[in-house]
Write a protein of this length. Sequence first.
Length: 420
Amino acid sequence: MPLHLRILCGLLTGIGCGAAARFLFGTSPFLLDFTTYVAEPFGRLFLRLIFMIVLPLLFSALALGVASLGDLRTLGRIGVKTFLYTLLVTSASVLLGLVLVNIFRPGEGLPADTRAALQRTASPVSPPATDVQENPVLRTLVAIIPDNPLRAAAQGEMVAVMFFSLMVGIGLALSPREKVEPFIKVLEGVYEVVMRLIDLAMRLAPYGVAALLFTLTARFGVTVLQPLLAYVAVVLGGLCLHQFVTYSLLVRYLGGMSPGVFFRQISEVMTTAFSTSSSNATLPTALRVTQEKLGVPRDIAAFVLTVGSTANQNGTALFEGVTILFLAQFYGVELGWGAQVFVVLASVLAGVGTAGVPGGSLPLMVPILQAVGVPGEGIGIILGVDRILDMSRTVLNVTGDITAAVYIAHSEGRLRTPAV
Ligand code: ASP
């Protein structure tokens, strides 16, 4: 059975058994002991396996992601346009997600006592030194730059680590390639190893998710899960809006193409992205369709789509923004404007660092959660429903790359009338 189905089974088994246990044993000490000493520690084990790899992943993914943007320089104007377009459209998608999550507040339906109990049982998140909610703006800004990156890493100051990784990436992009090649190779090696470890940890996911959801429902009843459905609806709603409204406007006004024609021509790409959940796996189809059916010249299509398949991840960024705010609402963590602006920036960055593979964005979300003071266990709650969200956000990731290619070809006066 494919992993995502096993995780879904884990989710349903955890919920079913948790609800049944609560029905049979209520708040008896036996059930309390079982969740405290068996189910919960097991769930935590699985999560800690993922947390363990976050640091090397964050460092290698971000540094490599930014270093690969170094190629942009060689392409001059097209590179700059791709970069600006990626930044603006990704930010727009995260903003859209945040507006929706602020309007619908999917994480909030819980009774006050359940929420208070949830907060008590969640593992304490030590507020990082760069606590964006409480510190005055200036102090926060200064703390983003670590005076000692190793200490920042050891103390879990993820924002500072992100900044350091980013700077390393910029340094790599600006250095002569032959000199930094060995270091890039090392980073690629680290990244590879980390990806394998995540694969291994994910094999435990069905059991880990079952244990975490068992603990949750046995302690608080199934009503605690209602917000999860609202969350799925908000993510899917946001993705649909961005896909069909934002992209239609961009294609019409920046790409000079009718949105109807655009979506008809790329339907094959959208289905491939949806079924594979992977921007990388969709790249060959996207390349062919963009050239043959949309009339984008080969050099532009090859460059924009290849860079885009890792760096331009609009759907992923929207999903990350919504998820972080949802989990903050779920655990009753108040995120003010400063923190939300941070979430936008971090989600855009995470979009750049995320690999175009199924579930590629999940590990990178952990440091952002921790940076804003939300318990990392939240990841366990959304894992069970992630597959459908992953399939849907990948469609946006790929469509976003194609809109960028159309815009750039059009702005260069090189968009041909498609042969079909
Ligand atoms: N599956 C996504 C992609 O390939 C990445 C992610 O958001 O997990 O584009």
